[in-house]
Design a protein around this ligand. Sequence first.
Ligand SMILES: [Zn+2]
Length: 162
Amino acid sequence: MFSRFHKAEHAWMVKCLYKRIRGFNIRYKRDLKERLRRILRSTNAIPIVVLDEIDPEGLRMTRLQKTIIVERDVENLVKFHGGVFIKKRVSGKYCPLCGKRMRKYRRTKRLELYKCACGVIIDKHTSTCYRAVLWIVVKHSPELVQRVKEKIRENIENAPVH
Ligand SMILES: [Zn+2]
């Protein structure tokens, strides 16, 4: 998805990382850092990394601490590559195209699908990602919002999840 958004004329690039609280382990952390490093190296635009903030409520302290360590690692990596690191709570429950609140549709082994009244069916994490992208675009390049939304619509139509 990120590479589809990457255009030389844009001075931005947006990436999201999903923190997996459950199943957390050292290998996961290493994989995550390696993947992020590869993405950061692959672009010549200034990377903007939006990290979906965790909701600390209900988390055990140990898990929370581990997550904070990942956040710090991600922040350091991003800054090392000259990028912008932003922590923000983003909800994937709202439609990335029309903004309406979506309804739970179906759950597969890996995906949590949501459906919007406008017809969009999308995985919650993918939606979160798009919404983070849009949040940045609205903030920094509002004139591109329509184009980005068209791209998102294209992506959704070309890769149906149902
Ligand atoms: Zn919608």
